[in-house]
Design a protein around this ligand. Structure first.
Ligand code: NAG
Ligand code: NAG
Ligand code: NAG
Ligand code: NAG
Length: 347
């Protein structure tokens, strides 16, 4: 039998993401190196994935998409790594039903870990760059990172999309609120995202869960679906602060920097004789909003998508303040110890 060989691409690429349904009985060839890592992200049935065969021309390695798609115990995928430089990876599919999912190839990211995120799976932090691909859509749930711990002087950053994306959009930066070491839940309602950390003692658990909103005594991240594109709406969080205790709050909003729009975080007070405070958010700038007040409701309105990293502390609970407060906080509702806003322009 004669097979037609198609040299689909000849130039070397550092990263690609290709839908598995694009492969056929005609060989597709990619130039690869010993630094290339090839991953199969799919939950198509075993027999379908076994019909997708990966091999190297010079190295004569052979594998199939099924064996590459099965996660290890820690939830990460095993990469197909060529043994030779200047080799070709050949991908051929011979089956009746096309597989779903993607072939992902990277050759530049150091310490890369690739995780398919399934319903009921719970993935723990691994040192390096961790990429997550959303595989399921459990009802009423989104991808989240829970029980996030970033020890003092360590760093965890979260970005939209693949690590090779030039200037990826950032949605989380532990350094933005450098005194906070724990976050209850980060909302990450998107298809592909990644976290980077070179530190060993960071902790988190990535899974599907319901949005939990903003509550006093918690820290986290709220995000509109598919940030920085996608739909957005007004969010109204009731803090259940009937007694009007003073709350220390920090908000770090991030908007789509490639577009010009704005929004507001409006903080309503328990005592109605206190005017609400409106903190503006502007797309080109990451602002840093701090407030110490007897807040009862937080309303986020925006003309576009947003991600807001936040921290809310009950000042009557004796844990150290996350930042140097100029005025000692008081639990009397009529006193607003301080209200300040600082916008840091970082284009
Ligand atoms: C192999 O990788 C090096 C850098 O890592 C790159 O410069 C070179 O072009 C690659 N060669 C092939 C054949 O892919
Ligand atoms: C996840 O768990 C629920 C409840 O135990 C179960 O109904 C569902 O089938 C599970 N989903 C998967 C993909 O295993
Ligand atoms: C924002 O303000 C808080 C409290 O003052 C501070 O800890 C943090 O470092 C600031 N973040 C940035 C990015 O300036
Ligand atoms: C934010 O507040 C300003 C002034 O209070 C208002 O003009 C603007 O329309 C508000 N923006 C949104 C998105 O609600």
């Amino acid at each position: 039998m004669q097979f037609l060989t198609l040299f689909a691409l000849v130039s070397y690429v550092s990263a690609i993401l290709i839908p598995l349904n694009s492969f056929s009985g005609t060989e597709t060839l990619y130039r690869v190196n010993k630094t290339s890592r090839v991953y199969i992200i799919s939950n198509s049935p075993q027999d379908v994935l076994q019909s997708l065969v990966l091999s190297t021309t010079t190295g004569a390695q052979n594998s199939n998409a099924y064996s590459l798609s099965v996660p290890q115990n820690d939830g990460s995928l095993t990469a197909f790594v060529p043994t030779q430089d200047n080799d070709f990876l050949s991908v051929v599919f011979n089956g009746p039903t096309k597989p779903e999912g993607s072939l992902y190839m990277d050759s530049i990211t150091q310490n890369l870990n690739v995780f398919p995120l399934q319903e009921n799976s719970s993935i723990n932090f691994k040192q390096g760059t961790n990429v997550f691909f959303k595989m399921s859509s459990p009802n009423g749930q989104i991808a989240v990172a829970q029980n996030v711990v970033v020890p003092q002087n360590q760093k965890l950053s979260g970005y939209v999309g693949l690590p090779e994306t030039p200037n990826p959009v950032q949605f989380f930066d532990s350094a933005s609120i450098d005194t906070i070491t724990t976050y209850n839940q980060l909302e990450i309602p998107m298809q592909v995202f990644h976290f980077t950390s070179s530190d060993a003692n960071v902790k988190y658990e990535v899974k599907f869960a319901a949005r939990s909103g903003i509550t006093i005594g918690s820290s986290g991240l709220i995000m509109t679906d598919d940030f920085p594109s996608g739909l957005f709406g007004t969010n109204d969080y009731d803090l259940k602060n009937q007694n009007g205790i003073n709350v220390d709050a920090i908000f770090v909003p991030r908007l789509d920097k490639t577009r010009g729009y704005g929004g507001n975080i409006t903080v309503f007070m328990t005592t109605t004789n206190l005017e609400p405070t409106v903190f503006p958010m502007l797309s080109p700038a990451d602002s840093n909003i701090t407030s110490n007040s007897p807040m009862s409701r937080i309303v986020v309105e925006s003309d576009g998508p947003y991600a807001i990293q936040y921290f809310l502390r009950d000042t009557t609970v004796t844990t150290p303040s996350p930042y140097e407060s100029t005025t000692k906080s008081s639990s009397f509702p009529q006193i607003i110890a301080s209200l300040l806003i600082a916008a840091i322009i970082r284009f």
